[in-house]
Design a protein around this ligand. Structure first.
Ligand code: WT7
Length: 631
């Protein structure tokens, strides 16, 4: 990690200041003053935000903190869909556009708040017809289409806990998530579309439920003509489910601490972790940050390019922006198809005002060249955002100049699946520092500390931690309390994030990347252990070790070292078989870019693979202390 630490950057403090109107018109006009207001009385601060939302009945207490277990808005009752839908439908936003969708061929679909509301209620009643109710887990495996948002909202409407699985995951990953949550129902589509090709989601679901005893039914949205056949007794048509049901479905009264969803994130060891979020606090945290970080205004058209299958999509496509009454654009689109101008064309045509994407995408845009954005009129853009991994200064400057035309603030937002909401950024209107995400959002106290929890000097590498509980924090790792507690016990009395960071003299925080065995590839978290176990599950592999290898475009690539079983010979065919095997097991995002066949792996005396040594060898640098090394 230390090899990536850029001392020059920490010292040379270079800033960009957005035009003064931004600050003047911002939803949060004075960052410092707001932060002080929060510090003076954190609970009063959060309560005043929560009061902007609708609660069926109020809380007895804002926070109950039994380290490391938090309850927010104790005993209050609400429903997040009431705040995302009813609250708007019964006021001036009834006919405001909630969602605009575009497909790859330019197909378009528009939902006003009223239309979304009616669809969600019907689908929710359809779910009830299938016997789904409060507390039941429902797995959603769908492409980026409005029906995915409807399915999620319909679950939340009736208190069912959704577990969305990104459509790019493979059968094993899907099967694991279905079984770990004990999902009764899977909602899918016949196909997803990507670069002109169909991805057979329904077929993948059929394979994934072979060993999934809890699944009773599968709801299938059939997009293709002629319609695919449904398996009798198990598969139910999405539209038929919505027929003959009541148009009304009252929002289930949810306790603030009732579960809202489970979403899996890679663990540094072993299986993926089911991050559990609850209703009240998550709603307040995502609503608040959507409003102040993106500075949402009534006439904005907001586009977050993430997939709803990631937490970015949960918090900043669906729940946060809709709670704030925004108009959201979503697309089953990619940046470079049909050509490399696709995103810029959409921004021009639709008049997108806020654009939130990932550094890996920005670096890809840089590589494709300025001629693409330069063909289009991007003057509607007002605010740019970034999330998922460090936004390196070169990418920041390109984004600022070429896309933002030296005019749009960039919010580089640091957060995690576990944090539920954005935690560190530079507020709209504040001066920005390339390479640095910024400071704690009012409500959040980030610190950069050593192993004992002592704050390190500015300019010194340390562990990023969060000192205080926050409303949108995860409440559990599903069915694994030990793994939940680990986040809070690594460094005494704080939440340990797992990232390395440096604080500049000005208080701005630079995030350097993961401190553990997670590799961020094109913005996706991949656990080395998951890829290793996928490789080892192939019949010819004895052992495997996986590391991240720095890559200009993707941040990191996956490199695997593989020891074959006796009698197996390395060959190109085997190499491709292994890549295919990982693709089928975990999905395309986890496929190693490089596989090297080796005879030995460096290990500690206790048998733990020393990935650090492999990494050092790859980079041609000194691996440091290897005294515990056996081979
Ligand atoms: C990890 C969390 C948050 C939604 C997407 C990823 C890295 C995230 C930034 C940023 C530097 C970042 C961290 C973090 N990360 N945003 N702005 N600057 N690093 O969610 O899959 O839970 O991954 O992504 O390493 O710990 P996630």
């Amino acid at each position: 990690m230390a090899d990536q630490f850029d001392v020059k950057l920490v010292e040379e403090a270079k800033y960009y200041t957005p035009p003064p109107e931004y600050r003047k018109n911002a939803n949060m006009k004075d960052y410092e003053a707001t932060y002080q207001e929060f510090l003076k009385d954190p609970e009063a601060f959060w309560a005043s935000i929560a009061k902007e939302l609708h609660w069926f009945s109020p809380w007895d207490k804002v926070l109950e903190w039994n380290y490391p277990y938090a309850k927010w808005f104790v005993n209050a009752k609400t429903n997040i869909t009431y705040n995302c839908l009813d609250r708007h439908v019964f006021n001036h936003r009834r006919h405001k556009v909630a969602v605009i969708w575009r497909g790859e061929k330019g197909e378009e679909c528009i939902y006003t708040y009223q239309m979304l509301y009616r669809n969600v209620m019907r689908f929710a009643n359809g779910l009830k017809k299938l016997g789904i109710g409060k507390g039941d887990r429902v797995c959603i495996y769908m492409p980026m289409i409005p029906e995915q948002l409807i399915a999620m909202l319909a679950c939340a409407r009736i208190g069912a806990v959704h577990s969305v699985v990104f459509g790019g995951f493979g059968v094993t990953a899907l099967n694991y998530r279905i079984n770990d949550t004990g999902s009764k129902l899977v909602i899918t589509a016949d196909v997803g579309i990507r670069r002109g090709k169909s991805i057979p989601l329904k077929t993948l679901v059929e394979d994934a439920i072979i060993n999934a005893p809890t699944v009773e039914k599968v709801v299938v949205l059939r997009r293709d003509e002629p319609k695919v056949e449904l398996l009798a007794g198990i598969e139910v048509d999405y539209h038929e489910l919505m027929e003959g049901v009541d148009a009304e479905c009252k929002a289930e009264v949810m306790d603030s601490e009732d579960p809202l969803f489970i979403l899996y994130t890679s663990g540094s060891t072993g299986a993926p972790k089911g991050v559990l979020h609850t209703c009240g606090g998550y709603m307040v945290g995502t609503y608040y940050t959507s409003k102040v970080v993106f500075d949402l205004k009534e006439d904005d058209l907001y586009w977050c390019t993430a997939d709803v299958g990631w937490v970015t999509g949960h918090s900043y496509i669906l729940y946060g922006p809709l709670a704030a009454g925004a108009t959201v654009f979503i697309g089953e689109v990619v940046p470079d198809y049909p050509d490399a101008g696709n995103f810029w064309k959409l921004i021009e045509e639709l008049g997108i005002t806020i654009f939130y994407t990932a550094p890996t995408a920005i670096r890809m845009f840089m590589k494709m060249g300025e001629q693409w954005p330069d063909k289009y009129n991007l003057s509607s853009l007002r605010i740019l955002g970034s999330v998922g991994e460090p936004l390196n200064p070169e990418a920041f400057e390109w984004y600022y100049k070429v896309i933002g035309k030296n005019r749009c603030p960039i919010v580089d937002t640091w957060w995690q699946t576990e944090t539920g909401m954005q935690m560190i950024t530079t507020m709209v209107g504040e001066k920005m520092r390339p390479g640095f995400a910024g400071k704690g959002i009012p409500g959040v106290i980030p610190e950069v500390v050593d192993k004992s929890g002592k704050e390190v000097k500015s300019g010194t590498l340390g562990f990023l931690t969060i000192k205080n509980p926050w409303p949108a924090m995860f409440r559990a790792i599903y069915k694994n309390d030990e793994r939940y507690r680990k986040y809070w016990q690594t460094i005494p009395d704080v939440y340990t994030v797992g990232d390395l960071a440096v604080r500049g003299h000005d208080g701005y925080i630079m995030i350097l990347g993961r401190a553990d065995d997670i590799i961020i590839v094109a913005g996706h978290n991949i656990g080395t252990a998951e890829v290793e176990s996928a490789l080892v599950s192939h019949h010819s592999v004895a052992e495997a070790a996986v590391i991240g290898k720095a890559d200009q475009m993707k941040g990191n690539l996956i490199k695997a070292f593989v020891i074959l079983k006796l009698g197996q010979k390395p060959s190109d065919k085997l190499l491709h078989d292994l890549m295919y095997h990982v693709r089928m097991t975990l999905g395309p995002i986890a496929v190693p870019a490089e596989i090297e066949f080796v005879d030995k792996l460096p290990k500690t005396r206790s048998g733990k693979i020393m990935r650090r040594v492999l990494k050092a060898k790859e980079l041609g640098i000194d691996p440091g202390d290897i005294s515990t090394l056996e081979e």
